[in-house]
Design a protein around this ligand. Structure first.
Ligand code: HGY
Ligand code: MN
Ligand code: MN
Length: 409
């Protein structure tokens, strides 16, 4: 069986560990996280790695080097998903790294560095809102204030970690600073159409877009849908609607920006009551931090003006920000050389999606390898597809990269 067929078969098994079948949703520190983590643990051990859960519920496997005191290269991605997800977002990066180690182990080959494969438990942030927690801990930027964050049922992250059998205070020991990590490389489906349109199976990522996220709350005045005249209403939902269109318009009018309102809640939510309390999310991204920060400020100003005009009150919780992350130039060259050795044209491209990799530049040189997404590049959607032969090519490129990588002395 080729790398690609085996990876797709494993992704198929993992897709069954979902909290809302037949859709695929797997969130952090749930029974489904445990099912997927246990399956990945077994794959890592079968591939010749020592593997275990860490203090935050990540699953980490380690394949020792040819000699003691060698440096470490980390490769991995996330095992959690968005709601109603595809099968390959995150998981491909874990499974392809395991496939590489399994191949090395089968040949009895050790490299001049240890390989750690990381399956992060929370990249999407669906359950607690704060994202990239596993990779942040490993790269030394975990924020212990997140331990007090609550999920929709009021369960704190701290309690959820204890319930999962983890140690909430153990996050400090996960920081790899001082542990001689010389590179982080993540393989990921592109989640867009560029490689598909270029007719290429893989590409080298140049940078990863940064993101600003806010939770906006709009408070108007509830009232009877039949008796309150239109000119005296303080309708929170129509106000929010104008605000949401302002986000879209601003991003349409400023090249390089993308803005999304993915969630909205309107209360009391009755057909015959004017909405009083509305909350919605904003996710705004750009390949450059300056324009993104400027844009989120401009959008906030426009939303405040709409609130004033419509006599509603506004709450603004800027709960997340990630800076754009450059991929290491030398590692990009090494990845490009591995692709060329397979007689494939090299395509460099930025990532509009965020990834665990964006947390690693403060720790070590960081790179990403994209693999083509079929179906127009659709992702964060059950129609996400990955061809076995593309998974095969990407794994062969990653293996060539690892076998030809010599850590700087
Ligand atoms: O939102 C993102 O870009 C990633 O899927 N977490
Ligand atoms: Mn995703
Ligand atoms: Mn992802």
């Amino acid at each position: 069986m080729t790398f690609g067929n085996e990876i797709l078969a494993q992704a198929e098994v993992l897709s069954k560990f979902t909290e809302d079948a037949p859709r695929l949703t797997r969130t952090y520190l749930t029974a489904e996280h445990r099912q997927a983590g246990n399956f990945i643990l077994e794959l890592m051990r079968d591939a010749g790695m020592a593997a275990s859960y860490d203090a935050l519920g990540n699953v980490v496997g380690r394949y020792e080097a040819s000699h003691a005191n060698a440096p470490t290269v980390i490769s991995g991605s996330h095992m959690d998903s968005v709601r109603n997800a595809g099968k390959y977002d995150g998981l491909f990066g874990i499974l392809t790294a395991i496939a590489c180690v399994k191949d090395l182990s089968a040949r009895g080959k050790r490299l001049p560095f240890a390989i750690e494969v990381a399956a992060f438990g929370d990249e999407e942030g669906v359950r607690f809102g704060s994202t990239l927690m596993g990779s942040r801990a490993m790269a030394g930027s975990f924020d212990p204030e997140w331990l007090a964050r609550k999920d929709a049922n009021g369960v704190t992250l701290r309690q959820a970690l204890v319930d999962f059998g983890c140690d909430p205070e153990g996050w400090r020991a996960l920081d790899r600073h001082g542990k001689n990590v010389v590179a982080y490389i993540e393989s990921h489906i592109e989640q867009g159409p560029v490689l598909l349109e270029a007719g290429l199976p893989v590409g080298v990522v140049t940078s990863i877009a940064g993101a600003s996220r806010a939770r906006v709350s709009v408070t108007g005045l509830a009232g009877h849908a039949g008796t309150v005249p239109m000119d005296v209403r303080r309708d929170a939902l129509t106000a929010a609607s104008e605000m949401i269109l302002a986000v879209e318009t601003h991003c349409r009018e400023n090249a390089g920006l993308v803005g999304t309102v993915g969630r909205i809640e309107a209360l009391p939510g009755a057909v015959n009551v004017i909405p009083q309390d509305v909350s919605f999310s904003i996710d705004l991204r750009s390949g450059e931090d300056g324009p993104r920060r400027e844009a989120i400020g401009a959008v906030r100003g426009k939303i405040e003006a709409i609130a004033k005009k419509r006599r509603v009150t506004l709450g603004w919780d800027a709960y997340f920000e990630s800076s754009a992350a450059p991929c290491d130039a030398a590692l990009q060259e090494k990845l490009a050389a591995s692709i060329e050795r397979m007689d494939i044209a090299v395509r460099r491209l930025p990532s509009g999606a965020g990834h665990d990799a964006m947390m690693f530049p403060p720790l070590c040189p960081t790179a990403m390898l994209f693999v083509r997404c079929g179906n127009g590049g659709i992702s964060h959607h059950p129609d996400e597809i990955l061809a076995a032969e593309d998974a095969d090519v990407a794994t062969s490129v990653l293996l060539d990269f690892l076998e030809s990588f010599s850590p700087a002395r």
